[in-house]
Design a protein around this ligand. Structure first.
Ligand code: SF4
Length: 353
């Protein structure tokens, strides 16, 4: 197995960064306050979606670099003290982590200055039927499940696995649980699922869930993303408008999804238009990869290495300094639309969604 992706790694100088303001909020140089930490628990997945991972030859993270539960909880505790209020567990597929219930339980016990944190998860849903009761009991509060198509053959082609029935069982289990709001995520792809968008929304509504369409982003491990083939926000809305009256919902704040009421509501559909209508100006998110790298943006080409602090003799104050160095290094936005844009070397599965 090859261990380290080609990513420029910044080792925050924890000694030379002494006046870091421990206990204060995580504010970047553009005034954005960070409240959301996405924690990737593994780069492994039970599917091989074409927009995320290659079929073969993926360079997996070295097993000994994967953070232990104690290490994750330590970073999360320091982050909560600095004002992070939501931990979203991602992957790869987070439910592949064997101690996932324990991870949720220990994270849910964390309290920040304003009270207990919220625990959310983005999953492909395949292991939900067996794990959901334990996850809810451990403190999981919100779920996003990925479902790009309801057509079995299309699903098999897109994910390179014949697992649609398993995903549908996972969604049914989530729908039967008390977890709300329940969100279903679909990456909109021309020639793949662009004829299914109305059907996907109806499917979500039938399960008490909200469908959110995501513009495809240049994050695939194969670097095959092509702007000319992506389905845009405007095209998605135009299609949905043939079935429903769409009313924009105000007050989006830092949320990635722009919401639209369907026929006056209360049900709604979301569009995450990272490419054609970026929302970086209100971004409150940072990421911790499964191998201990902090990232201040989905599209970062640099990372802040926590492993030397976590596995050396670093104190919690040093973890805090790395968090602050990461936030301070954040750029105003992703620059996908700039000719100088460079796709991150890590694939989506190794970044965390
Ligand atoms: S692209 Fe980066 S800065 Fe923009 S919203 Fe996403 S994570 Fe935040």
């Amino acid at each position: 197995m090859v261990a380290v992706p080609l990513v420029l790694t910044r080792r925050a100088d924890v000694r030379g960064d002494a006046d870091a303001g421990a206990g204060a909020a995580l504010v970047d140089t553009f005034g954005r306050v960070h409240r959301d930490l996405r924690i990737s628990l593994t780069d492994r997945c039970s599917l091989r979606c074409t927009y995320c991972m290659p079929e073969q030859g993926n360079e997996w993270l070295a097993r000994d670099s994967i953070l232990s539960t104690d290490e994750i909880v330590r970073v999360a505790r320091v982050a909560a003290d600095a004002g992070i209020t939501t931990f979203r567990l991602t992957g790869g597929e987070p439910l592949l982590r064997t101690d996932i219930v324990e991870v949720v339980r220990r994270l849910a016990e964390i309290e920040g200055p304003d009270g207990p944190v919220a625990i959310a998860m983005t999953t492909n849903g395949i292991r939900l039927p067996g794990l959901l009761p334990g996850l809810v009991e451990a403190g999981l509060q919100r779920l996003n499940i990925s479902i790009d198509t309801l057509d079995r053959e299309r699903f098999r082609e897109l994910t390179r696995r014949d697992r649609l029935d398993d995903v549908l069982e996972g969604i049914a289990a989530a729908a039967a649980s008390g977890l709300r709001p329940l969100k279903l995520n679909a990456v909109a792809m021309r020639g793949v699922n662009d004829t299914e968008m109305i059907g996907l929304v109806e499917f979500a509504l039938a399960h008490g869930a909200q469908l959110r369409f995501i513009e495809q982003m240049p994050l695939d491990a194969g670097h095959t993303w092509d702007r000319t083939s992506m389905v845009t926000r405007d095209e998605i809305l135009e299609d949905l408008a043939t079935r429903w009256d769409l009313t924009p919902v105000p007050g989006r704040g830092g949320a990635p999804a722009e919401l639209f009421l369907l026929d006056g509501g209360p049900q709604a559909v979301g569009v995450i238009a990272s490419v054609t209508a970026p929302f970086c100006g209100d971004c409150d998110r940072m990421r911790l990869t499964a191998d201990g790298q902090l990232r201040n943006c989905l599209f970062s080409t640099s990372e802040y290495d926590l492993l030397p602090v976590l596995r050396g003799d670093g104190a919690d104050a040093d973890v805090d300094r790395v968090l602050r160095a990461c936030v301070r290094g954040k750029l105003p936005g992703h620059a996908i639309n700039d000719p100088s844009f460079l796709q991150p070397a890590r694939g989506m599965n190794a970044i965390g969604g």
